[in-house]
Design a protein around this ligand. Structure first.
Ligand code: 9Z3
Length: 322
């Protein structure tokens, strides 16, 4: 487990976020709006996509990972369907809510110039997907203000932003949730030991020493947002050790559940590991459009509801109502 000293020295030596004040303002406005809306909405922070590890301060090269952001985007759509407001903390350039069915390669194929006027139109083959994406995005993010998207790239940005979100959500206690699906780098180059300029390519093989990224889940649970409902993820490529590792993480970080998934089958099935036992969650194979997140989020939302009720039993009845 990472010590508080390691965690604070990570933050002290991180390059500061460029737009921190703007992020804090957006967060506070979003949380106030949603928490005061008709007695209050539940708010979940969904983290999504992988963090990069820069190798140079004026970064040309970086270490990355496989995460597409599909899980985070699909889960966000399901949380919204369940009535939540979502803070979508995502890796720039990865999958976005409501865009999963749009072609990203190449996006311009969606459009055409049918005649010689200035009117661009969506090709019939993509019309339904584009229409749904625009309508959902308009309704959820713009009209209802239930989706706040915050992009990150590096491990430094991600962890600083996670801390900002957690601190901003602290006051809404059990009505908040963390759903930590981002693939967070385990190793990084500390800023002060990183070369400023592009690493020379002509000086033979490159040796870089990577330090361990301090695990932030325990401080999120103990200090940043101790009353929030917290779901973390465990990814392995060897299914034989997956459940054991997830069970260890559950105990070590004192989260409410760990979603265990194996790289090659992650779109088919996950296991929700918690103190009440392990539940295998699959997509419905008989429905081609079904995704594992439809069933996973249903379970997580039900668990969150139980958690809120249990928390209310511990709080005098005159306190916040939602
Ligand atoms: C996950 O396990 C996610 O389910 C995936 C989703 C990243 C596999 P995609 O983005 O994939 O849809 O392509 N996320 C957490 C992975 C992780 O880094 N977990 C850490 C660990 O396993 C714990 S914080 O040690």
């Amino acid at each position: 487990m990472s010590s508080e000293g390691e965690i604070s020295s990570f933050f002290e030596s991180s390059p500061p976020l460029k737009n921190m004040e703007e992020i804090v303002e957006k967060l506070n406005q979003f949380i106030n709006w949603n928490f005061s809306w008709q007695g209050g909405r539940r708010i979940v922070c969904v983290t999504s996509g992988g963090t990069t590890v820069p190798l140079e301060q004026r970064c040309v090269r970086y270490i990355d990972n496989f995460s597409s952001g599909n899980r985070g985007a699909a889960s966000t759509e399901n949380f919204i369907k369940a009535g939540y407001a979502v803070i979508f903390l995502y890796r720039r350039g990865t999958c976005q809510p409501y865009c999963r069915y749009l072609p990203d390669d190449p996006f311009l194929e969606c459009f055409e110039f049918p005649d010689k006027t200035n009117n661009i139109q969506v090709r019939a083959s993509h019309l339904e997907a584009v229409k749904m994406a625009v309508m959902d995005q308009q309704r959820v993010a713009v009209s209802e203000r239930r989706l706040l998207k915050l992009p990150f790239s590096t491990i430094y940005e991600y962890l600083q932003m996670l801390r900002l979100v957690a601190t901003a959500l602290k006051d809404i206690g059990p009505y908040s949730m963390f759903y930590l699906a981002a693939a967070v780098s385990d190793f990084y180059v500390p800023w002060e030991s990183m070369t400023e300029h592009k690493i020379e390519s002509g000086s033979g093989p490159l040796e870089i020493r990577l330090a361990q990224v301090p695990k932030m889940i325990s401080i999120l649970r103990s200090n940043w947002a101790p009353k929030a409902f917290c779901i973390s993820f465990k990814l392995e490529t060897d299914s034989k050790i997956l459940i054991e590792k997830a069970t260890k993480a559950l105990r070590k970080y004192k989260v409410h559940a760990v979603v265990a998934n194996e790289l090659s089958t992650r779109k088919e099935e996950v296991v929700v590991v918690s103190s009440s036992g392990n539940v295998v969650v699959r997509r419905d194979c008989d429905k081609p459009e079904s995704i594992v997140e439809d069933n996973l989020i249903r379970i997580i939302v039900a668990r969150h509801s139980t958690y809120i009720i249990e928390s209310q039993l511990l709080i005098p009845s005159t306190s916040t109502t939602v």
